[in-house]
Design a protein. Structure first.
Lengths: 234, 159
């Protein structure tokens, strides 16, 4: 395996991330990671954990198709079509619920641990480990471009070079890179603005609110597009 | 009476989530009952033909539309004569609703599949997954797709 192959895997990941189809989930991820403005370590940790979530998803799917689970006789097509068909249906409602948790909108009437008020407050104010789950969910929600580049280009490349883990890991990092760059820029820029106007805690509160709203809007968008078949972007 | 806007919004959003989940389950159940589409070769009729399938997901994306437009333009210009003579057929298929074709060609995402048919029987096919890497590179895209079509039109299978 040459550096050229590794660079190709990274570029395929970046290409996946900068294409228009995962735009709504990328915006949600950017606001989720960037919301810890004022705490550099937290923003960086969120970024690393988000990347880890994406990497885990791509390595797991790659392992199912290329490696340990070959006895299941699942082709890339089977897995790709299953994920594209069902994860896209799950994504919209999941994003709305996450947005509601971030805004602490789910009341006590919900007995699910996930939605308990303590968990909601943790997720809204901190909960960096949620970022791994978010990365995992977003990576598994294949849109046509990410499915085409991952199943159609990355996995054949991995199979050709006998790289069951390294290339999917590099690809996962590539898909997270543009999101991380924007998240860090937004987090540090808002902190700078907050400091300049001496309003860090107020801006933090707004950023948290905006993050929840972005999730809900992205969830409504994905629900309308994938469940109801209403295309909003033409 | 004072209306708590946050509570009201929560209820509306939860109702939307529940209705969406129900709608998704209903839609899936309906799709499973509808038999998926027919056989490629039988649909093509007799003689020697090349079928160019543009396979797309139910949800279209900007890049998918661009790939379809480039491929359709290529077929309508470079292969206009073969298309008029009926030796080349362009078909657009939703691979999420036509599982037979999706499984037959092991379709992973929106792509082009070039099928060589002789006397109503499919003798070979080529799935062009690399179209994703060639969006924005029209010359390379045309060479890649035209190469596969020409190979079959000239009596393929060829690489």
């Amino acid at each position: 395996m040459t550096w050229y192959v590794v660079a190709s895997a990274l570029w395929l990941g970046v290409l996946t991330s900068i294409s228009p189809c995962p735009l709504a989930s990328n915006i949600a991820a950017i606001s989720f990671i960037g919301r810890h403005m004022g705490n550099h370590r937290r923003v960086l940790l969120s970024g690393v954990l988000y990347t880890l979530g994406r990497v885990l998803a791509y390595v797991a799917v790659g392992a199912i198709i290329l490696g340990a689970f070959q006895w299941l006789a699942l082709s890339g097509g089977d897995v790709s079509r299953f994920l594209q068909r069902y994860m896209s249906l799950v994504l919209g409602p999941a994003l709305i619920l996450i947005g509601m948790i971030l805004l602490e909108m789910l009341g006590f009437s919900f007995s699910l641990n996930l939605a308990s008020q303590g968990a909601q407050q943790k997720a809204g104010r901190g909960g960096v480990f949620w970022t791994t789950g978010l990365g995992f969910l977003f990576a598994l929600s294949f849109c046509p471009v990410s499915a085409g580049l991952y199943f159609g280009a990355l996995l054949p490349l991995s199979a050709k070079h006998g790289s069951q883990f390294v290339l999917p890991i590099i690809f996962g990092i590539g898909t997270a890179l543009p999101v991380l760059v924007f998240a860090f820029l937004i987090a540090f820029a808002s902190e700078y603005v907050g400091k300049a106007f001496n309003r860090v805690s107020q801006i933090e509160k707004w950023v948290r609110g905006i993050t929840g709203a972005v999730f809900i809007l992205a969830g409504i968008y994905y629900s309308l597009a994938h469940i109801y078949g209403i295309s909003l972007l033409g | 009476m004072k209306i708590d806007a946050k509570k009201l919004l929560s209820k509306i959003l939860l109702a939307f989530v529940l209705v969406s989940i129900g709608f998704a389950i209903g839609k899936e159940a309906t799709l499973r009952r509808v038999p998926s589409g027919g056989d490629a070769a039988s649909a093509a009729g007799q003689g020697e033909k090349v079928i160019v399938y543009y396979m797309h997901a139910t949800i279209r994306c900007v890049t998918c539309n661009s790939i379809e437009a480039m491929a359709a333009r290529l077929v309508d210009t470079t292969f206009a004569e073969a298309k008029r003579a009926g030796r080349l057929v362009w078909k657009e298929v939703d691979f999420q609703q036509n599982e037979n074709l999706a499984k037959r060609y092991d379709v992973v995402s929106s792509c082009l599949v070039i099928v060589h048919v002789q006397d109503g029987k499919e003798v070979d096919f080529k799935r062009l997954d690399d179209v994703w890497l060639l969006d924005g590179k029209p010359q390379e895209f045309n060479d890649y797709v035209a190469g596969a079509i020409t190979g079959y039109l000239e009596g393929g299978p060829k690489q």
